[in-house]
Design a protein around this ligand. Structure first.
Ligand code: SAM
Length: 241
């Protein structure tokens, strides 16, 4: 079991990942603000190598699908052992299997998870995992989108990145969170910076007016316009916060 350090007195938000490829981590999660937060001990990352629970001399973790068909399936007994080992130091973490069949991941889910003690994530490989494990260990399935990845590791990193940046103290200005896409049920308004004019395209006058009320009204109207054009479904659903 690999462990990334925690440096503060405060109990960190805990991520425990079960994977056949622990060396992929922290990967992108070791960079920028999320990486600094890992170093600072705001969150911690523990990796459980599933193969340690494998069977026989070759530490087999998968077998052929019952009923026939292509590919291999990860064994319930092997995964149960890996989960039970990972749960020893982290018995309180919700257990999530990253799966294309799962409930779509969302900003609302990221908020809910970031407010808890952390997450235990199972990254699948091959054709997926034995169904009995999902029932027996009370696993929640979450999908990061309607496409199929070759493994759950990138999905786990995506979920972790979205959660960790919501933990207080990870991002500099809390303000930048409340204005983002999906917060308040809208996509973000367009952003501009210097230079004032670029390739003949000016920055909208209102953003240079210094009138904060007008700027806020313009941003709100733009956020509504973009959401209506690109994601009208968001306007029909409940806001995430
Ligand atoms: N046979 C499975 C199916 O059709 O649903 C796909 C298995 S996929 C090749 C291998 C692993 O990648 C899965 O067990 C899961 O952990 C992960 N994975 C693939 N797509 C994903 C997605 N959209 N969201 C979350 N995890 C995904």
């Amino acid at each position: 079991m690999a462990h990334f350090p925690t440096g503060t007195g405060r109990r960190p938000w805990r991520a425990s990942v079960l994977t056949l490829f622990p060396e992929m981590f922290p990967g992108p999660l070791g960079f920028s603000l999320v990486g600094q937060a890992l170093e600072a001990g705001i969150w911690s990352l523990t990796l459980q190598q599933i193969r340690e629970s494998g069977i026989g001399r070759h530490r087999a973790v998968d077998d052929t699908p019952a009923g026939g068909g292509a590919g291999m399936v990860m064994r319930a007994d092997v995964l149960a052992d890996a989960i039970d080992r990972a749960r020893v130091p982290n018995p309180d973490l919700p257990l999530i299997y990253l799966s294309p069949r799962g409930a779509p991941f969302s900003q609302a889910r990221a908020h809910a998870l970031s407010e808890g003690p952390g997450v235990m994530l199972l990254a699948g490989r091959f054709e997926g995992i034995d169904e009995r494990l999902i029932e027996a260990r009370g696993i929640t399935e979450i999908s990061i989108g309607d496409y199929v990845l070759s493994g759950g590791e990138l999905a786990a990193m995506t979920l972790l990145d979205a959660c960790v940046r919501l933990i207080p103290g990870v991002l500099g200005a809390e303000e930048s969170l409340s204005q983002e896409s999906f917060e308040g049920g809208l996509l973000e308004y367009p952003q501009y910076t210097k230079p004032r004019e670029w390739e003949g395209r000016p920055t909208p006058d209102v953003l240079l007016s210094g009138d904060h009320q007008k700027i806020a009204a313009w941003r709100r109207a733009e956020a509504e316009r973009i959401t209506r054009e690109r994601r009208p479904d968001l306007l029909r659903s409940k806001p995430t916060r």
